[in-house]
Unconditional design. Structure first.
Length: 197
């Protein structure tokens, strides 16, 4: 059985943390474009040099660059039976790229988990995290810019997936464990099975 998942939510929605928990429970790798970019920036690779200024500003890396990275990653062996995408696709053009890639392999997403968190709550969490972790990419302006881009570019992808009947909207306000349980319940209601412990 395959498990191909996407988690969508604004920055500060907790999607990174929940994504790791879901991936672990369902026995699939997390494919996070943000993590891939951060690792490349840290290691000062040619890709890292190319995307540093863009990610620092909170803007989106060009679709072609991002989609190629994801295609390469999804072609690896550990993603054969499933994966959890975090942070990609982030606009409708990327949805098209992913559809093309997956349909070329006779595959499709099984579920799109949308973590609903009000903007005010995201802002509060991100500002706190920036203070605690001293994240250089999380200044107030950049945080606001990321949330604006989420609302204008990323939220519309939910309307593309909804008619396919694969979207699960999850209330993202609550304790981490409560939210994880909500997500598990939604995925299990779709007949997706957690991996044996
Ligand atoms: P994230 O950790 O998902 O918030 O990603 C951090 C940054 O990486 C974003 O603000 C973007 O600059 C870039 N990024 C991550 N995923 C994508 C994507 N799918 N398309 C374009 N840029 C992305």
């Amino acid at each position: 059985m395959t498990t191909r998942l996407l988690i969508v939510g604004p920055q500060g929605s907790g999607k990174g943390t929940q994504g790791v928990r879901i991936a672990e429970a369902f026995g699939v790798p997390v494919v996070s474009t943000g993590d891939i970019f951060r690792a490349n920036i840290k290691n000062n690779t040619p890709l890292g040099q190319k995307v540093k200024a863009i990610t620092d500003a909170g803007d989106l890396v060009p679709d072609e660059v991002t989609s190629e990275i994801v295609r390469d990653r999804l072609a690896e062996d550990d993603a054969r039976e499933g994966f959890l995408l975090d942070g990609y696709p982030r606009n409708t053009a990327q949805v098209g790229h992913l559809d093309e890639f997956l349909s070329g392999r006779g595959e499709a997403l099984d579920a799109v988990i949308v973590l609903d968190v009000p903007r005010e709550e995201s802002l509060k969490r991100l500002t706190l995290r920036a203070e605690q972790e001293g994240r250089s990419d999380d200044t107030t302006d950049v945080i606001a810019r990321r949330l604006d881009i989420y609302e204008s570019e990323t939220a519309p992808i939910i309307d593309v997936y909804a008619p396919r009947g694969i979207v699960d909207r999850i209330d993202g306000v609550g304790s981490l464990d409560e939210i994880t349980e909500r997500i598990f319940a939604a995925l299990e209601a779709r007949g997706l099975a957690r991996a044996a412990a």
